[in-house]
Design a binder for this molecule. Structure first.
Ligand code: AMP
Length: 438
């Protein structure tokens, strides 16, 4: 059977894994296997991907696309040099580069893949991911949720029944899932989060501090200068990473800009405690989601055996502190939080090839699906109403039957519309999105 690779197509970084001799291997290529999910055009108009594209993001932001995953499933038109692309086409460049990396490593063509997506991705976003795979020449044999993949990685070799909480905070998305592992069966009991929250937001908060500092110290407003802002974003991200291990850092960038002919150098100290205060509201939101996930799974914190940290942003020490305060036990991050999801995708790809039958993957829908129908009040037709059929957190695959009646005698046709909740916890019926009509 042709090799199937496992791909973590991340907002910030992507990785490709392959099952080899009972082990999952992250494919490296003179690097650590972490490929920035960045696409660009070089000076000659050639498409470049990964580290090379990342390196030019600073000097040529107009020729570089970052965080495309945030726009997957949208109608966005991405301008790159003279050309325009859909989000799927941009993602396909990243996938193609991972495919080539795998082919170079294996020495044979790779045409099939398992790809992970955030649990929060809608059907449209999942479909867009499949399309990106097709454009890259990959048959996407399965799409799995990132927290599910992470749990698969931790579950390997463990036969005990355990309930895990997977806290996944990456560059652009946050997911929290409660996963039960029993007799080798992985079941996602609940999944919630925020698909617009991640380390990118923390970087922007540091950049805002830097902009204010420059305004106060030199009376200049750099916020309209794309080139300067790109440089500030780069130093902000490095400072954030340093603060995960150090209590203070000095953010410095020489020759940042000029004012009235005078060269301005940036130098500002940032403490971990100040950084934590900048992101405290965001982290509180993630903890509220943790509470929501527990409620959805009908569990108390004491029922969780293990907390798994996934995603680069979980290296921020405050996150482990908050989780330990809530659960009374420190979270686990033994498996590299950047590679954990890709490894799970690799495990799933092995199963798809029939190589690892140890456990069966059970997935859930984070959204409610339903249709609309006209009700009756005092025998009179009332307004069209949403009728939920497959509720969020239902195990997939799922099917539901419901009897509806036609409105008129001898009616020959009905228009059936399927709606998906736009948010996992829709506050009103206006939060439903039409996904298909027949
Ligand atoms: P991912 O989407 O899982 O690849 O995570 C990428 C995010 O993790 C980016 O926002 C990185 O800046 C962030 N990140 C990586 N390493 C660290 C670190 N040591 N401390 C804080 N954030 C980090």
């Amino acid at each position: 059977m042709a090799t199937i690779v496992g791909i973590d197509l991340g907002t910030t970084n992507s990785e490709v894994a392959v099952y080899d001799n009972g082990k999952i291997e992250i494919i490296t290529d003179d690097d650590n296997g972490i490929v920035p999910s960045v696409v660009g055009l070089d000076e000659n108009g050639t498409v470049i991907v990964g580290r090379q594209a990342m390196n030019q993001a600073l000097v040529a932001p107009e020729r570089t696309v970052l965080s495309i995953k945030r726009r997957m499933g949208s109608d966005a038109v991405i301008e790159l040099g003279e050309n325009t692309f859909s989000p799927q086409e941009i993602s396909a460049f990243v996938l193609k580069s991972l495919k080539q990396r795998a082919e170079k490593h294996l020495g044979r063509p790779v045409t099939r893949a398992v790809i992970t997506v955030p649990a929060y991705f809608t059907d449209v976003q999942r479909q867009a991911t499949r399309e990106a795979g097709q454009i890259a020449g990959l048959d996407v044999v399965r799409i799995i949720n990132e927290p599910t993949a992470a749990a698969l990685t931790y579950e390997r070799g463990n036969t005990q029944t355990r309930q895990l909480l997977v806290y996944d905070l990456g560059g652009g998305t946050f997911d929290v899932s409660i996963v039960k592992i029993e007799n080798g069966v992985v079941e996602v009991l609940a999944s919630t989060g925020d698909n617009k929250l991640g380390g990118d937001d923390f970087d922007k908060k540091i950049v805002a501090e830097l902009v204010t500092h420059l305004k106060n110290k030199y009376g200049i407003d750099v916020s309209g200068d794309r080139f300067v802002m790109a440089r500030l974003l780069r130093v902000a991200e490095s400072a954030k990473c340093v603060l995960s291990t150090e209590p203070y850092t000095r953010i410095e960038e020489d020759h940042l800009t000029q004012k009235n002919g005078q060269v301005i150098h940036l130098s500002m100290e940032l403490s971990r405690s100040h950084f934590e205060s900048l992101i405290e509201a965001d982290l509180s939101r993630t903890m509220q989601a943790v509470t929501r996930a527990l409620k959805d799974a009908d569990m108390l914190p004491g029922a969780i055996d293990q907390i798994i940290l996934v995603g680069g942003s979980t290296r921020i020490p405050r996150i482990a502190q908050l989780l330990e305060e809530k659960f009374g036990t420190p979270p686990h991050g033994e498996i590299d939080p950047d590679l954990c999801v890709a490894m799970g995708a690799g495990i799933q790809s092995a199963r798809e090839m029939g190589l690892d039958h140890a456990s069966v993957l059970v997935d859930i829908t984070p959204y409610t699906f339903g249709t609309s129908a006209i009700g009756e009040i005092n025998g009179e037709p009332s307004m069209s109403q949403f009728v939920p059929l497959i509720r969020r957190n239902t195990k997939l695959p799922a099917s539901r039957s419901e009897v509806f009646y036609t409105l008129y005698d001898n009616q020959e046709a009905v228009d059936v519309t399927v709606y998906q909740a736009k948010s996992p916890t829709p506050p009103t019926t206006s939060f439903w999105a039409n996904i298909c009509s027949t």
